[in-house]
Design a protein around this ligand. Sequence first.
Ligand SMILES: Cc1cc2nc3c(=O)[nH]c(=O)nc-3n(C[C@H](O)[C@H](O)[C@H](O)COP(=O)(O)OP(=O)(O)OC[C@H]3O[C@@H](n4cnc5c(N)ncnc54)[C@H](O)[C@@H]3O)c2cc1C
Length: 284
Amino acid sequence: MKPASFAYHRPRSLGEALALLAEHGAEAKPLAGGQSLGPMMNMRLAQPARLIDLNAIKGLDFLNETENAVEIGALTRHQTIASSSLVRAACPLLAEAAQSIGHYAIRARGTLGGSLAHADPAAQLPLVAATLGAEIAVAGPRGERRIAAQDFFVSLMTTVLEPDELIVSVGFPKAAPREAHAFVQFSRRRGDFAMAAVAVSVLLDVQKRIQRLRLGIGGVEDKPVVPTRLIEQSEGKVPEPAALAAAAREAVSPAENPRVPAVYRRELVEVLTRRALQKCLNSN
Ligand SMILES: Cc1cc2nc3c(=O)[nH]c(=O)nc-3n(C[C@H](O)[C@H](O)[C@H](O)COP(=O)(O)OP(=O)(O)OC[C@H]3O[C@@H](n4cnc5c(N)ncnc54)[C@H](O)[C@@H]3O)c2cc1C
């Protein structure tokens, strides 16, 4: 299938790209890796009159370490994140999740900014961003703003991003030295989008009680689920994977779907949460 015709712009700077978006508004779409927008245009699910290709803009593809975070440019490819020694050391949950995205060809082109803006509820990077409490830096005609990942995702493929704004970078909090992590997902075939995915990191205190739990569930609702009450209630307690997993099952409300019944997704959430927590405890 072929896309509908469109005008093509290749700005050389962020300012130029923002000016084009401001001029053309909702009829223009930014193009990053093209791994989601391309198929949607080919299937005519998206028919932007103009594409603003971000790939020639310098300074959007970087990995930086600050005192508390890893800052990653929006145009950074999934594969770069997955294979970065900096990300593996400072934010291993993110590296592991990025490694599990699709296939190598997808990871070699797909970008962090594109994945977050696309906001597929089953995608790995939105889930990790919400789980870890990442901050998304956005630029637009009204200046820059930083948005907490949990406030960024609204519903299925919908975010708080305005049509004239661009994601510029994302700050992921660094893991503590003894923090264990696990990213587990279930899909029908290797490389398919997950039917459910669970991201976990656990920091235990010297008495082996939970000092900090981070838990996020993807693929079951219209955006990543972070069960805040469950997380708060677990702090200071001895970790019990089976009980926490049963609570996670109750914390999600999957939509009924004739191909994947809600009860089955809940079951997946329980099993995956238990496995992820157990994996964390085994590595402690
Ligand atoms: C066969 C296949 C399998 C896949 N499997 C997976 C998978 O298992 N897990 C997964 O997470 N993804 C998967 N993907 C999608 C892939 O990860 C995409 O790369 C990602 O969803 C979008 O990134 P992109 O850079 O390609 O964005 P694009 O396709 O270029 O753009 C996606 C959307 O984001 C917008 N956008 C892009 N960059 C910005 C920006 N900086 N600021 C604002 N808006 C922006 C675009 O306008 C568009 O609306 C798969 C894709 C294919 C084709």
